[in-house]
Write a protein that binds this ligand. Structure first.
Ligand code: 8YV
Length: 321
């Protein structure tokens, strides 16, 4: 029997993932579950053949320049790979994979939760009942924004965007989208394509972001673009904090131009942006879009499928570089 390949797993992945990894590989797991630092990534690269990082481990050009050639594959436990300098990894001859598809529904569910919660005063409503402050009622009490029949703008019609659109169709929303390329008619299911973000924003009573964080999409939602939204729009972000100019969103919330926001992602993570806490019309979650048991198992298995293929001399299904 050839020696087992060695893997580094810097975060505590699901039990099923770790059991399968331990069965098939020699595995070094960071049981402390702390984010892998640049120093740890570099040191581990001399000891392992592959790694399963999350979005919390950063493979910057500087880190990649210092990796030991023993490391052959970075099999990410995430769909987003903005924590990886793909060009540097490619130049270093390191294979990179991600875990698409398997987290689309879980993330779309969180986007739906955020949209509903933001539109219907979930934060203030919960606080009032929980703290025993629910002492009156009137017809104008906690009046929110109705989703049924409203226009939903989706930026990024990839797998998550499409899963979200499918759920929103169940709410009878009128779906509009912007994507780099127009979907085939049988994938659009009647959604209206906007070739530019600006025209999408003009019709988006609700706006949800589902595109990757790249240099091109940094601060995609800035003050100028926010101003194009209809008065009283609701903004949802389950993609990456880098997509939103947070100061501009705060200003739009303060003026009321944006009525509410639902945010699972922030520029600084962990931690978020304390300035949003002053606004009860902001429903916030700590980057848990893909955090369901079923999805975590599926993500771990997908990363292992990619590693298994690579070490068997095959092309990993989710190879990016
Ligand atoms: C994760 C994510 O929470 O897949 C992504 O891009 O942001 C999330 O699913 C995380 O990286 C889990 O490992």
């Amino acid at each position: 029997m050839p020696d087992k390949k060695v893997l580094w797993i810097p975060r505590r992945l699901s039990d099923a993932t770790l059991a399968r990894a331990r069965r098939d590989y020699d595995v070094i797991v960071n049981e402390a579950d702390t984010p892998g630092t640049a120093e740890e990534i570099i040191a581990m690269s001399a000891k392992v053949d592959g790694m399963i990082p999350c979005h919390s481990e950063h493979f910057s050009a500087e880190v990649v320049a210092n990796l030991n050639p023993r490391l052959k594959i970075v099999a990410n436990h995430s769909v987003g790979v903005d924590h990886c300098d793909l060009a540097a990894l490619k130049a270093a001859g390191i294979v990179v994979t991600n875990t698409p598809d398997v987290l689309s529904d879980a993330t779309a569910e969180i986007a739906m939760l955020l949209m509903l919660g933001a539109a219907r005063h979930a934060v203030a409503g919960d606080r009032i009942v929980r703290q025993g402050q629910w002492d009156s009622w009137s017809p104008s009490f906690m009046v929110g924004k109705q989703m049924t029949g409203a226009r939903l703008g989706i930026v990024g019609m990839g797998r998550v965007g499409r899963a979200f659109a499918a759920k929103a169709r169940g709410f009878d929303m009128e779906i509009h989208y912007h994507n780099r390329t127009r979907l085939a008619p049988d994938e659009e299911h009647g959604a209206v394509f906007h070739p530019d973000v600006e025209s999408l924003l003009e019709v988006a009573d609700f706006l949800s972001l589902h595109c990757p964080a790249t240099p091109d999409t940094a601060n995609l939602l800035n003050a100028t673009r926010l101003a194009r939204l209809p008065e009283g729009a609701v903004v949802v972000n389950t993609a990456r904090g880098a997509l939103i100019d947070e100061d501009a969103l705060l200003a739009a919330l303060k003026s009321g131009h944006v009525a509410a926001a639902g945010l699972d992602c922030f520029k600084v993570e962990p931690g978020g942006n304390a300035a949003f806490a002053a606004h009860e019309n902001v429903f916030m979650l700590p980057h848990i879009g893909s955090a369901t048991r079923a999805t975590r198992d599926a993500m771990g298995f997908r990363a292992l499928d990619n590693l298994d293929a690579y070490f068997a001399g095959q092309e990993p299904g989710d190879r990016l570089v």
